[in-house]
Design a protein around this ligand. Structure first.
Ligand code: ATP
Ligand code: MG
Length: 315
């Protein structure tokens, strides 16, 4: 079977989907200039001028402790601080992004904060790159052009990401805040796709319920986002991706019975605080990443052809 096409896809949906699939590490600049606290403002100015950059992170043992911008250099120039150490004039409390976060987190960060670049750190909190709006735009344009070229050669068929030769169904759904009427479309389609493939009812239920919970969470708790379904021969992958507001305490959100649903959401029949713990329980693999003010990305994988399925099928 070939991947199912999505004729109604539009460009902004494609961008949202890409923003969920690409990681910050895929677009960041890896060659980063950084200075230590004892460098002077003049040293920084020289580095900026020679390399045409407008902001430099200040590091201590490769951990970001501040930023110096062109604006800081201009102030230093006016105040006669050019011989001072950067530690005296840098901006502290710098917001960093993690290289493993989806690109959508970086896009949210740029729309919410007045910064023109963010340092990117690895799991050990060490500086590994910088990301600017330009990086993001270039990456999105390149990827969209690549997809367009593929669509042209494949007669308009939308293809799933590279590395998915066994994909049999691939679709992204846009979900708007409080649009409960759209909730359930993805899970209904998933149910049907699995049914026609002869997947065992128990497995269909697990995947469809996980999908539904993630759909509703985007609608009820986020500013809006996308849900991508990807079915291959071995498993169903469900990816929910939104642009904020993020979950401040993921462990708490994963606790049974914890909910921040307001009265209106409760009046729609939701808010028992069971969606996330249930989704995790129903999934063979489950991962959640969330950044306050940036967004939430949740992945659920339900395996097909498991012993559960085989035993169901033999009934
Ligand atoms: N995409 C999201 N964005 C922001 N917050 C979220 C998101 N998904 C879940 N949350 C937070 O996690 C809490 C727990 O989510 P969960 O799905 O378990 O329960 P619920 O949606 O409140 O209720 P239920 O799913 O039982 O109807 C939510 O109340 C909300 O605070
Ligand atoms: Mg929920």
């Amino acid at each position: 079977m070939s991947p199912v096409q999505q004729p109604e896809e539009d460009i902004s949906l494609r961008i949202q989907e890409l923003a969920g699939n690409l990681k910050i590490r895929d677009v960041m600049t890896r060659h980063v200039f950084a200075v230590t606290r004892t460098c002077t403002m003049r040293d920084v100015q020289t580095i900026m001028k020679n390399n045409a950059i407008s902001g430099i992170p200040v590091v201590d043992s490769n951990h970001v402790v501040g930023m110096v911008s062109v604006h800081d250099i201009m102030s230093a120039f006016e105040q006669d601080w050019m011989a001072d150490a950067v530690a005296d004039h840098m901006t502290t409390g710098v917001r960093t992004l993690s290289e493993e976060q989806p690109l959508s987190f970086a896009m949210s960060a740029f729309s919410k904060f007045p910064y023109r670049r963010f340092p990117v750190v690895n799991r050990k909190n060490e500086l590994v790159g910088m990301v600017t709006l330009r990086n993001i735009n270039v990456a999105l344009i390149q990827e969209l052009s690549r997809q367009l070229a593929t669509m042209e050669t494949e007669g308009g068929r939308v293809t799933p990401p590279a590395s998915s030769d066994s994909c049999i169904f691939y679709r992204t759904y846009r979900l708007a805040r409080y649009d409960f009427e759209s909730g359930g479309k993805a899970s209904a389609e998933l149910r049907e796709q699995l049914r026609v493939r002869g997947v065992a009812p128990k497995t269909i239920r697990r995947a469809a319920v996980a999908c539904y919970e993630l759909e509703i969470n985007i609608i009820a708790h986020s500013h809006g986002g996308t849900l991508t379904l990807y079915i291959d021969r071995d498993c169903v992958r469900i990816t929910a991706n939104d642009f904020g507001p993020g979950i401040p305490d993921v462990e708490q959100a994963m606790t049974e019975g914890y909910s921040t649903a307001n009265d209106w959401i409760r009046s729609q029949g939701f808010g028992a605080g069971m969606g996330l713990p249930n989704t995790k329980r129903l999934s063979d693999e489950f991962a959640i990443q969330s950044g306050v003010d940036m967004g939430t990305m949740i992945k659920s994988i339900v395996n097909l052809n498991t012993s559960e399925e085989l035993s169901d099928e033999s009934k």
